[in-house]
Write a protein that binds this ligand. Structure first.
Ligand SMILES: Cc1cc2nc3c(=O)[nH]c(=O)nc-3n(C[C@H](O)[C@H](O)[C@H](O)COP(=O)(O)O)c2cc1C
Length: 206
């Protein structure tokens, strides 16, 4: 039996990059001290200017990668006018990166409701109280809104706001990057022409 550790052997392609992602994600959950599900979401605005920010991965399966947000935020507007995006994970403790590019679809109302129902009540109230990405004249204005919605829903469950839901990135490209000595990093790209086409793999110079 070989004594080489997993890190010393060549990055092997799985039949399915989603399975590959799930393996790395599980390792990241065991290693990263904070937010292994944090990913950079890149979008493009109406003038063609890129925009990027962190969001949290809340679901991954064969259909794609899901995150939740305020639909009237900058990212919400940008994804509505140009439903394409890129995602980047960087797991510093593992020295690994995963990059994805693809099309965006809105998750169904039922899927968003089911996820919203799992959130702590304070987060649910926050979704009502914060018109994300719009100007805030002072912290008090936010606290006032939080108090208003907390009172409104004090005795009932909090419904999902109509302006709060999720998006799914349906990947056409997924690249796995792994740190190697002397900057000879390994890059493994899975790409498919369409969502129903088979995945093809290739290796890229670092
Ligand atoms: C680690 C981390 C995770 C975040 N997760 C989310 C998220 O899941 N959804 C979200 O709307 N904003 C999230 N944010 C805040 C966004 O980065 C951003 O500030 C906010 O969504 C407004 O972005 P926009 O103006 O480009 O729409 C997160 C920030 C950090 C640092």
């Amino acid at each position: 039996m070989s004594s080489a550790s997993k890190e010393e052997t060549e990055l092997t392609a799985a039949d399915d990059p989603i399975e590959h992602f799930k393996e790395w994600f599980a390792e990241a959950k065991g290693k990263e001290p904070n937010d292994p599900e944090a990913m950079t979401l890149a979008t493009v605005d109406a003038a063609g200017c890129p925009n990027a920010r962190m969001v949290l991965l809340k679901g991954v399966d064969e259909r794609g990668f899901v995150f939740y947000t305020n639909l009237e935020s900058a990212k919400g507007e940008e994804l509505r006018s140009n439903p394409k995006a890129a995602l980047v994970f960087h797991w510093k403790s593992l020295r690994r990166q995963v990059r994805l590019r693809g099309d965006i679809e809105a998750v169904s109302g039922a899927e968003a409701n089911a996820y919203f129902a799992t959130r702590p009540k304070d987060s649910q109230i926050g979704a009502w109280a914060s018109p994300q990405s719009r100007p805030l004249e002072g912290r008090f204005a936010l606290e006032k809104e939080v108090a208003r919605y907390a009172a409104k829903y004090a005795l009932t469950s909090v419904p999902r706001p109509p302006h709060w839901s999720g998006f799914r990135l349906k990947p056409l490209e997924i690249e796995f990057w792994r740190n190697r000595p002397f900057r000879l990093h390994e890059r493994l790209l899975y790409a498919r022409e369409t969502l129903s086409a088979p995945w093809k793999t290739s290796r890229l110079f670092p």
